[in-house]
Design a protein. Structure first.
Length: 245
């Protein structure tokens, strides 16, 4: 059973906090008369740009979040996310597949989670997703806003050098074929002035592959916008996309 540490009202919804595998877990429940049995998973940065996730809750979705010990999608973190989804889905009688909301590094977590465990992911909302570690955090090319601290984090998480990355074949972009094979719909948003996770080094890989394979995809470009702020132009369009696909 879920062991409740703290429960309170948040924007009119019930928020539950508990511990799962030694990590902070958050579940936000929609109003009882509006529950649809579906769930979304915010994969990282729970409190950042929350408007889309809360719009899903308003439409009856249950919001899930499990903190990460690192934001780079290492296997142990993906395994914990998988077990968390399975646990909460069973405890709350939710559908077994979630829509992930992945912003920046949260996008790479979404992609790698779906590739490793496609049985728990229905579709992916990706917002300026990190797809290519050579771009971010290694900054081999045109990502001037990537900081040295980001690389230090990654190196600690993976134990790889920049030289190792040249022959590394487990980037998020290397997982796109698995998403395509499993026909996972993607709604992707990016800013055309992003200097931290440049789209032409990251998200474009997924866009090209998805269009070639004719898998459900929406790509929204935000003119003159950098890495922030995250979020689509229409929350309703995102929700309707995943309702239809």
């Amino acid at each position: 059973m879920i062991s409740i540490i703290n429960e309170y009202e948040n924007c009119g919804f019930c928020q539950i906090e508990f511990e799962f595998k030694g990590k902070k877990a958050i579940v936000i429940l929609p109003n009882d008369n509006n529950k649809n049995g579906k769930a979304i998973l915010k994969t990282e940065y729970f409190g950042a740009f929350p408007e889309l996730q809360m719009e899903f809750v308003k439409h009856g979705y249950t919001l899930l979040f499990l903190e990460n010990r690192n934001r780079w999608g290492t296997d142990s973190e993906l395994d914990d996310q998988y077990e968390f989804i399975k646990f909460v889905s069973q405890e709350l009688d939710l559908e077994p597949k979630v829509v992930t909301i992945g912003m920046s590094c949260g996008g790479l977590i979404s992609v790698k989670l779906c590739a490793k465990y496609p049985d728990v992911v229905k579709g992916l909302y990706l917002d300026a997703p990190v797809m290519n570690f050579l771009s971010c955090p290694a900054k081999f090319s045109n990502a001037p806003e990537v900081t040295d601290g980001m690389w230090d984090e990654f190196e600690r998480a993976y134990g790889l050098t920049k030289k190792d990355l040249l022959t590394y074949r487990e980037h998020p972009m290397d997982k796109v074929d698995i998403l395509i094979k499993n026909n996972k719909p993607v709604y992707m948003v990016y800013g055309d002035s992003d200097l931290c996770v440049p789209y032409d080094e990251n998200g474009i890989v997924l866009e090209k592959a998805y269009k070639k394979a004719n898998v459900p995809l929406v790509v929204e470009v935000k003119k003159g916008i950098g890495h922030h702020p995250h979020g689509p132009s229409s929350f309703i369009d995102v929700i309707e996309f995943f309702e239809k696909n």
